[in-house]
Design a protein around this ligand. Sequence first.
Ligand code: NDP
Length: 444
Amino acid sequence: MDYAERVLADLKKKNPGEPEFHQAATEILRSLAPVVERHPEYERTALLERFVEPERVVLFRVPWVDDRGAVHVNKGYRVQFNSAIGPYKGGLRFHPSVDLSVMKFLALEQILKNSLTGLPIGGGKGGSDFDPKGKSDMEVMRFCQSFMAELYRHIGQDTDVPAGDIGVGGREIGYLFGEYKRLCGEHVGVLTGRGLSYGGSLVRTEATGYGLVYMVEEALRCRGDSLEGKRVIISGSGNVAIYACEKAQALGAKVVAMYDSDGYVTDMDGIDVAVLKQIKEVERGRIKVYAARVPGAEYHAGCRGIWSVPCDIALPCATQNEIDAESAALLVKNGVKLIGEGANMPTTLAGIEVFQKAGVVFLPAKAANAGGVATSALEMAQSSGRLYWTFEEVDAKLKAIMTGIYHNMDEAAKAYGVTGDYVAGANIAGFRKVADAMMAQGIV
Ligand code: NDP
């Protein structure tokens, strides 16, 4: 068994019951096999064993009181996985499905994603099994304050800088920041995704969705094609999905279907983004309402059916493992030509295999959704410099970063004899810088 396979087998033995972590590690370690083969010093210094073990995992209790006076207790997590190239950076997720396995898979992916941006940020992730859905603003605020009452001692502008993720948007970041400031007495860039009135960056809200579409645009441009007239499916209808939809349509595509966790809507005229934003961002409502408001749109209960809607491009932007082999095969049968992963690990390993065998252009999450964290790093730069850049400046930097990442992973894939395999290309390109930094810093 080669070195990477041995490390993987050992990881599975040492971390039982963590399927998402195993899945992410399997994909990453298998594609790094040719890299570690060229560098025998990695094995001598147990580099991969160190790479897959988090530097620190913080697990804590989050007690809070609801509007009726009942007391609830949730689990809080922060996985500080790797700080070789910069302070830990990665979002906070509030969703009932959050557990240690989900946190570790996200943090492991984040290390390579952050490296790919070319910016000095290490990898981390955190969150809670708290569900903000159906809670009042005051309940969400009390939860965020209790969560930060423990988290504040583990984070800092030069050590660990969290941001949003599923269930954590502008409202939650505001409450978390307010509590951090009260506890530490510092108005610093300790969280990104902040509101514009207290240190946030323009384009951060749009960044992940826009960045995803910039990469799709570049991949098409390199093939002599464009988004003009393309039919696109986007899963999810949260932050990433909404802004992917907005940018894709601005560039000439038609987004014909989107979903939330209850069901999906189709709109063959192209999703009306203003109506979508009103329902999702203002009213915090369900996507079903879209079909009731927009003539010609249809609602279908359940999520899976979305993958049966014929399209040229699919952008999964909700959550992990949304596309399995069966859904992938259906998309291929219906003519999909490109997949851009906005969510983290939305395609199963078997699903990826189906796409790659069919010759579908597959842009993996750690590259395709890196625009959010890249813009977070730009927010950190603006915070430390006490300055603000214009929308156009940040947007131009985001676009340059996304096209840069595309070419970086494309070239890495070519250099290792797997041309067009962007899963391998992204892992290799991201890993090289982290490995160099880890080697330079000794056995730590
Ligand atoms: P949001 O909370 O804003 O939106 C999430 C969307 O996905 C909602 O429409 C939600 O539906 C749906 N969803 C979540 N879980 C499930 C599920 N188990 N089944 C079906 N639908 C589900 O999150 P974001 O848009 O911020 O994040 C979406 C994805 O993008 C995540 O994988 C995240 O890690 C990734 N990402 C986000 C970044 C960011 O900047 N925000 C950066 C990089 C990656 P419902 O409301 O019904 O739950």
